[in-house]
Design a binder for this molecule. Sequence first.
Ligand code: FES
Ligand code: FES
Length: 166
Amino acid sequence: MPSSSAADPTRIIVNGRSHPIEHADEPLLWVLRDELGLTGTHYGCGIGACGCCTVLVAGEPVRSCQITAASVGERPVTTLEGLAERGPDGQVTALHPVQQAFLETPLQCGWCLPGHVLCAVALLNRNPAPDEAAIAEAAQPNLCRCGGYNTIKAAVARAAELARRS
Ligand code: FES
Ligand code: FES
């Protein structure tokens, strides 16, 4: 994997595209939201406690309020907006199985959704058939202020089923 120190600090790779950025020393969360307009990544606590700012960096869940954009280096970042398949015109052609499952099993306010969706994507990438304990472990680090943990676990189990069929 390329060293982050060798990377151009004025660009980051997000959802498959390299983007110029102005505030590389700011938290990745704010660069994604304010510079790139990717507001699917939510702000909750800003201190690494809630998980709603989670994105994938090189496939691993990371709390984007806790790292600078520069620290990402050349590692690819995936946000909620980068999960669906899109056609040449940029229109969504197919939701990711995790998105489809959360659509079928809606949460209450959705504040925690980005963290749960991206942690579920990472889980299914490393374990396509997670049992109840693995699903609970993946969901546990992300707070849901509406107490929707049973719904979240049901959605992740459904996502695993959809992913195995696709
Ligand atoms: S906003 Fe990043 S963990 Fe809460
Ligand atoms: S659904 Fe409201 S915080 Fe989780």
